[in-house]
Design a binder for this molecule. Structure first.
Ligand code: ATP
Length: 141
């Protein structure tokens, strides 16, 4: 099977409230049609750094502005699309929300919502992203 590589970047966007730390998850339809809750992310364009792509994708997908604070490392996975095996790496950053409005999210996202960090740790669909959220929790709590 043919193989290609993709590099994406995204963020754990957080804010502090009276109840504690909250983070953003976005729900999207997978290519199979299921609903998946995940971190905002997308492909790094040729002229971008991963940090720049993370800020842009967070803005586009969630409607929120956020500043990159620190790298949370990367996750890797494979998927198969139209007979091509895609090897994907996604760089994630801890990002502090500075403004914007989650109701202004992309149509690609069914829903964008703030969750208490402890809830997001269970709600995120993919194991790799739950591990990224654990690393964020270790820094934030
Ligand atoms: P983007 O441009 O936002 O990086 P995309 O929609 O082109 O995204 P993915 O979000 O990587 O591509 O989705 C491709 C496939 O990989 C889907 O089947 C999806 O369910 C699966 N997938 C997405 N994230 C993960 C993950 N963290 N771990 C395992 N599989 C994942």
């Amino acid at each position: 099977m043919r193989t290609r590589s993709e590099v994406s970047a995204g963020g754990v966007v957080y804010r502090r409230s009276d109840e504690g730390v909250e983070v953003v998850l976005a729900a999207r339809r997978t290519r199979r049609g299921d609903l998946a809750w995940g971190l905002p992310k997308g492909l790094v364009e040729p002229d971008e750094t991963p940090e720049q792509a993370a800020v842009r994708e967070v803005r586009e997908e969630t409607g929120l502005d956020a500043d990159v604070e620190v790298s949370l490392g990367e996750i890797r996975y494979f998927y198969v699309w139209e007979g091509v095996r895609v090897r994907k790496a996604v760089h994630f950053f801890l990002m502090r929300a500075t403004g914007g409005d989650a109701s202004q999210h992309d149509d690609e996202m069914e829903e964008v919502r703030w969750f208490p960090l402890s809830v997001a740790l269970r709600r995120a669909t993919y194991k790799g992203e739950r591990e990224v959220l654990q690393r964020a929790a270790a820094r934030l709590t």
